[in-house]
Design a protein around this ligand. Sequence first.
Ligand code: FAD
Length: 329
Amino acid sequence: MIGAGLAAENFIFALAGAKSGRHSVIQLADDVFYPACSLRSTAVVAARGVSLGHSELGDTLFQGYQRFQKHVLEDNPQGVFVGEQWSGVSRKIPEFKKRYPQNLTQNEIPSLGIELATELCLSSEPCYIIDPALYLGWLKDQSVSLPIERYKDIVINIQRENELWVATSLSGKIFKAENLFLGLGSYQRFWKEFLPVVSKPVHGSYLVYENISWGVKSFSLTLNGHNLIYRSYSNELVIGSTSEEGGHFMASESELREIDQDLRTMLVNKSWPSFEKAKILTGIREKGKGRRPYLESKDRFVAVGGLYKNGFSLALYLAEIARAHLKED
Ligand SMILES: Cc1cc2nc3c(=O)[nH]c(=O)nc-3n(C[C@H](O)[C@H](O)[C@H](O)COP(=O)(O)OP(=O)(O)OC[C@H]3O[C@@H](n4cnc5c(N)ncnc54)[C@H](O)[C@@H]3O)c2cc1C
């Protein structure tokens, strides 16, 4: 198993919860050399008006959302907090109304005590606001039923030898296993010999303001495409995020400034510290063809990727499908 982001940790969670089969797992990942997108994410899960029967991607997103909802209800994972998602627009209103048939046009969000500078067409729905580190930590804790060895190491070579997968690490260790799972996120593109799928890295940056006390309710606003997330559990305000093709970690500060300023203008009765006080975080998403996630499997090898902007809702849904591809004997 290579990777320690959402794809890999949900796969281990799915293995640990499987009624049949006993797997012992060796996991390799290095968050310093290959920073996990899962820990650099605004991390909200909401249905966002998606319903079944319109497109293949829409159906997958819908099923992923439903699976995540069930996961929250049944497993009560740490680091997942229920909140309100409000989406609103001042342009492309017919498209918005089609996506969100239940909408209203007003210049306030009374349940959150927010006043807006102008009227917007708005719609609300429940959402999950996630603390990525806490949630990933919880997933790891659930694997206690499996024999598992975790190594912080960089994999530099993988090959098939005598019916086994053999991985060599930068520290010179050699690991052998019957099955290979890859959950490498945007770094999957460096392993084209295993993965003929086409995917692109898309980097995204966001701002985090600390010590914000806006009450006990966590919420997420998506107003004219800009996101503002209030995490009441950690008193943080998250603003962003940018989205630009490329696999580097340099944030577009000017774009972040613009988003931040637009939101300051829109929310007339809320204020937050100056831009300079914010931390800037960047993650690299993996965008598959047509934004679709992929699952590749053959020869006791499974890879899950292309989670793009929906890793939190898609990872468990895909992990359970991937688990079914693993041969047991
Ligand atoms: C700004 C931003 C906002 C986002 N907002 C949301 C959101 O609101 N909701 C949502 O659902 N999703 C969101 N996402 C997307 C989500 O974070 C990703 O889809 C998800 O984290 C991808 O998980 P992953 O496991 O595929 O990849 P990653 O988390 O990147 O994990 C890859 C793993 O592979 C390891 N690795 C790679 N190569 C090697 C190697 N050679 N040797 C050892 N280890 C290796 C890395 O160390 C890492 O552990 C957002 C992303 C960004 C950047």
